[in-house]
Design a protein around this ligand. Structure first.
Ligand SMILES: Nc1ncnc2c1ncn2[C@@H]1O[C@H](COP(=O)(O)OP(=O)(O)OP(=O)(O)O)[C@@H](O)[C@H]1O
Length: 222
């Protein structure tokens, strides 16, 4: 699904990722851990084509990202759902409209939008809140809406950057359970976090970054 070969990324002359080589299989649920500044977000940005490496090669489904034409980047993005710590929901749009945004951008039909948004909202258990506005929802619910928005396109992989950063341990558990159920349906999931609560609940492979280098890529437990 994802292969990185000797990938290095610099911001100006500052090294953010150093000679990273790793592989993530289809259907894996991987945690990306490391201290602040270790390079977790940078790695996720490289995978969605938001940043480009100065050295090395990144393949997603066997295709080299460096060989994608600019017009192909949006096609790649459609295959990848992204969940961030700060929700970035539009406060004046309903839950339904927020989740439908990625489909609207692609010019999906009204019928397709209704079907896919309803499915995504059901997956996160919030279809009954579709007509509400984000400020009227709890923090955990807002994060679940973000997850619905990220999966509405049926992505091949879901990348989450500190998705539980604003949540208490109970809500963190809810979100992790949701990721597990999405992963069980076949979506590859990569979660960047330094939250030990996430590590405690996700007994899967952990890739640890330290100052831009991969220092461990253990299979913690199947
Ligand atoms: N746009 C940028 N311009 C310059 N330097 C950057 C930029 N983005 C990240 N960096 C630097 O690159 C390094 C890696 O940052 P990155 O955000 O990937 O780390 P992180 O592990 O995600 O950290 P955090 O957990 O705090 O989000 C850091 O030294 C950071 O200061």
């Amino acid at each position: 699904m994802i292969q990185l070969f000797h990938v290095s990324k610099y911001y100006d002359r500052r090294l953010a990722l150093a000679d990273v080589t790793l592989e993530i299989e289809k259907g894996e649920f991987v945690l990306l851990m490391g201290a602040s500044g270790a390079g977790k977000s940078t790695l996720l940005k490289l995978l969605i084509g938001a940043e480009r490496p100065e050295e090395g090669q990144i393949l997603v489904q066997g295709r080299s990202l460096s060989k994608l034409r600019p017009s192909e980047i949006p096609v790649l993005r459609r295959k990848i759902g992204v969940v961030l710590q700060d929700f970035r929901l539009l406060p004046k749009k309903t839950v339904f409209d927020n989740v439908s945004l990625p489909l609207l951008v692609q010019g999906a039909s009204t019928v397709e939008i209704r079907r896919k948004v309803t499915d995504a909202l059901r997956s996160v258990g919030l279809d009954h809140k579709k007509d509400l506005f984000p400020p009227g929802l709890s923090t955990g619910e807002q994060q679940r809406i973000c997850i619905a928005r990220a999966i509405v396109n049926g992505p091949i992989m879901l990348l989450a950057d500190e998705p539980t950063g604003n949540l208490d341990p109970e809500l963190t558990s809810e979100i992790i359970e949701l990721f597990k159920s999405i992963n069980a349906r076949g979506t590859t999931i990569i979660v960047a976090t330094h939250d030990p609560n996430v590590l405690a609940q996700v007994n899967r492979r952990v890739i640890i970054l330290d100052q831009g280098k991969v220092v461990s890529r253990e299979q913690v437990c199947p």
